[in-house]
Design a protein around this ligand. Structure first.
Ligand code: IPM
Ligand code: MN
Length: 373
């Protein structure tokens, strides 16, 4: 069955445009191979949007996104804003704004490892073999969106952290449902020994557990969770947590696989979902064609899953595994003998389009390798 879908594309800042171009290439290869039609509408967000329009989240971007079936997002952030605490306009406001405007209340970050990359992980191979878990991070509540205050003397500041039962329930349902399709284990990460909001999370999630009797629910304080993710990451199946804890532990978990550049994410809400690599805008690499496009390409695979194009998503993942197993990798993985961002995008698209003779003709592909040392 062929599908026609509208995809909003936000390339964003830094390496955002170059990695996103590769996932669009891959989506086009899928469309061609399976007879689908993907129409792209490009829009602005972040530092790029500030430079061009004066605001990090132009209204037009919200309208285009609301009007689309899915959003493919690159990265945002620029160093010129990072060390200026007085800056009134920041690129991050664009991302937080779009999350809120589209009510993207759940951020889903799968942590997968690849045996060909085990040597890159800071953890011992025996601890990472078979690691496969998924983090559900609440994305539109908590301290990120609470009231922010600073006194006139600039000596006292506060960020309020509030959660409602409904906010907890809607993301918790998604996490329970995901656990049902996996190893049926859900871990709530919180700080219930100290925080009132965490105690509410525990109560609400415990109450919901009755609706999911096949899922084993347990609880971990966030400080302990931070330690367990490094000590024994295999113990996890689905982790559910609030916004700020999820931000921190998902970056921590991302290094298990060996490169931050590999990991995708999906942010879902009631309407259009957004797909983005979990890495940032990596300003030092901008325009050099060296960034790893796999995080973005696997985000495109999550987008295909969201369209219920399972076979297509599986083919993208198969193509990604094929590049990794054969060491067709970018500079973050192979600092000397690396392939360019755009070449990885081409190889994956060619694999999808069946254009790689015998699919494993390594010599032909070797010719595409970088000569830069
Ligand atoms: C993320 C990022 C954002 C966040 C920043 C850029 C606002 O770190 O998506 O994890 O903190 O949520
Ligand atoms: Mn983050």
């Amino acid at each position: 069955m062929s599908l026609k879908k509208n995809i909003a594309v936000i390339e964003g800042d830094g390496i955002g445009p170059e990695v996103t171009k590769q996932s669009v290439k891959v989506l086009n290869a899928i469309a061609e191979q399976f007879g689908h039609e993907f129409d792209y509408k490009y829009c602005l967000l972040g530092a790029d949007a500030i430079d061009k329009t004066g605001t990090p989240l132009p209204e037009e971007t919200v309208d285009i996104c609301l009007d689309s079936d899915a959003i493919l997002f690159g990265a945002i952030g620029h160093p010129k804003y990072d060390n200026d605490p007085t800056a009134k306009v920041r690129p991050e406001q664009g991302l937080l704004g779009i999350r809120k405007a589209l009510q993207l209340f759940a951020n889903i970050r799968p942590i997968t490892t690849y045996s060909s990359l085990h040597h890159l992980s800071p953890l011992k191979t025996k601890n990472i073999e078979g690691v496969d878990f998924i983090i559900f991070r609440e994305l539109t509540g908590g301290i990120y969106f609470g009231k922010k205050e600073i006194n006139a003397e600039q000596t006292i500041a506060s960020d309020d952290c509030t959660y409602t039962k409904e906010e907890i329930e809607r993301v918790a349902h998604l996490a329970f449902q995901s656990a049902q399709t996996r190893k049926k284990k859900l871990t709530l990460v919180d700080k219930a020994n100290v925080l009132e909001t965490s105690r509410l999370w525990r109560k609400v999630v415990k109450d919901l557990a009755a609706q999911y009797p096949d899922v084993a629910l347990d609880f971990l304080f966030v400080d302990n969770a931070a330690m367990q993710i490094i000590l024994n990451p295999k113990q996890f199946d689905v982790i559910l947590t609030e916004n700020m804890f999820g931000d921190i532990i998902s970056d921590e978990a991302s290094v298990i696989s060996g490169s931050l550049g590999l990991l995708p994410s999906a942010s879902v809400g009631n309407k259009t979902a957004l797909f983005e690599p979990i890495h940032g805008s990596y300003p030092q690499a901008t325009g050099k064609d060296i960034a790893n496009p796999i995080g973005s390409i696997l985000s495109a695979a999550m987008l295909l899953d969201y369209f219920e194009l399972r076979e297509e998503a599986a083919l993208v993942r198969e193509a990604v595994e094929w590049t990794l197993t054969n060491q067709f990798v970018t500079k973050d993985i192979e600092p000397i003998n690396f392939y360019f961002t755009s070449t990885i995008g081409e190889l994956i698209s060619d694999y999808i389009g069946n254009k790689i003779p015998g699919r494993l003709n390594k010599e032909n592909i070797e010719l595409r390798k970088s000569t830069i040392i």
